[in-house]
Design a protein around this ligand. Structure first.
Ligand code: ADP
Ligand code: MG
Length: 324
């Protein structure tokens, strides 16, 4: 082979070798980055943060949300939301319509992933929203009862999906029926039930899916005032018996105070927590508490905060309509 040809070949080989080296270096960088993120994930999941003496005295939160943001295309539904829920706590959430309450629940239920940059912690461990799917029980805004299933079979739906044998799940549900005011109605279909009963079937399904955290999205929103008041008292009884942690959305301030240990008031969209109000009223809560001076004082504070946000939300809607 002539020298010139040899040189051209050597040159070619050298170039190939150089570019292989570059690709190897890139691969090494990627592998190193993956190793680091796996290490970080292991550290955040396995090693709990060192607690300060005061923090050690407080029960660590069951759920923690830090700098939580969620955008849908042009719409920022949540921006920098901060909240935490202690084990066994009943936290109510109020805020103007469209401020991101359901979006918040969809994230905690594992149905939507928040934008990068926020922190979601469950039982002290950092996690993705998807990791929470099936770890919390969730009653969405609509009751979502299946019309072709009777009361018991609607109630056991989540258990069935989880793989519990139908006979076992039914036996469990039948035992719970009286407590949910549904004794004797097990064979009825959703269209044969009143609004309150349908909500109790949906709630029973949520309770049967035994998870530490329950998310209830405006469960009594569509009920008349009398049925709603009865359902509130009943829910408090059931909650105190089962000691679950509840995060509860409502647009009714009285309901938020009557039920909650704490009320979170959300800002107009983009939603974040505007006010965190502790409800220091004794339990069990009697219906007449709604006229007690402490109750009325709390209501005034909360209404002021909500009205301010509702006004902002209203003004931005009007401005958007004008721009069209
Ligand atoms: P709320 O429950 O407080 O009434 P939502 O969380 O349902 O409010 O909605 C907050 C905002 O996010 C609304 O503007 C809504 O249109 C928007 N949004 C919610 N879910 C989606 C989605 N999946 N895709 C696009 N926009 C959404
Ligand atoms: Mg909603």
């Amino acid at each position: 082979m002539p020298d010139l040809q040899k040189m051209a070949l050597a040159h070619e080989l050298l170039r190939e070798f150089g570019s292989a080296c570059l690709r190897m270096r890139e691969a090494a960088v990627i592998i190193q980055r993956d190793v680091l993120s796996v290490q970080a994930a292991i550290q955040t999941t396995v090693t709990p943060a060192a607690a300060s003496p005061e923090a050690a005295a407080r029960p660590s939160p069951l759920l923690e949300l830090r700098a939580m943001t969620k955008t849908f295309g042009q719409v920022t539904a949540l921006a920098g939301l901060e909240a935490s829920v202690a084990p066994g706590e009943f936290v109510t959430v109020v805020g103007p319509s469209g401020c991101g309450k359901s979006t918040l629940f969809n994230i905690v239920a594992g149905l939507e992933e928040p934008d990068a940059g926020g922190v979601l912690r469950f039982e002290g461990n950092s996690c993705h929203a998807a990791d929470l799917l099936g770890r919390v029980s969730f009653m969405p805004q609509r009751d979502l009862l299946l019309p072709w299933r009777n009361v018991v079979d609607n109630a056991i739906l989540a258990l069935e999906v989880e793989g519990v044998p139908r006979a076992k799940a039914r036996a469990k549900a039948l035992k719970m029926l009286p407590e949910f005011g549904l004794a004797g109605f097990e064979k009825q279909y959703p269209h044969q039930l009143s609004g309150g009963m349908r909500q109790r079937v949906a709630l029973m399904r949520t309770f049967l899916f035994e998870r530490d955290l329950m998310l209830l999205d405006e469960p009594f929103g569509a009920l008349d005032a009398l049925t709603r008041a009865m359902m509130q008292r009943w829910l408090l009884d059931v909650w105190q018996k089962y000691r679950r942690t509840i995060l509860f959305i409502t647009h009714d301030v009285d309901e938020a105070i009557f039920l909650g240990d704490r009320v979170l008031v959300m800002t107009a969209r983009p939603g974040s927590v505007k006010l965190e109000q502790v409800v220091d009223l004794p339990r069990p809560r009697r219906p007449e508490i709604v006229t007690a001076p402490e109750f009325v004082r709390l209501k005034r504070t909360l209404l002021d905060a909500i009205e301010e946000e509702s006004m902002k939300s209203f003004q931005s809607t009007v401005a958007q309509e004008k721009a069209l």
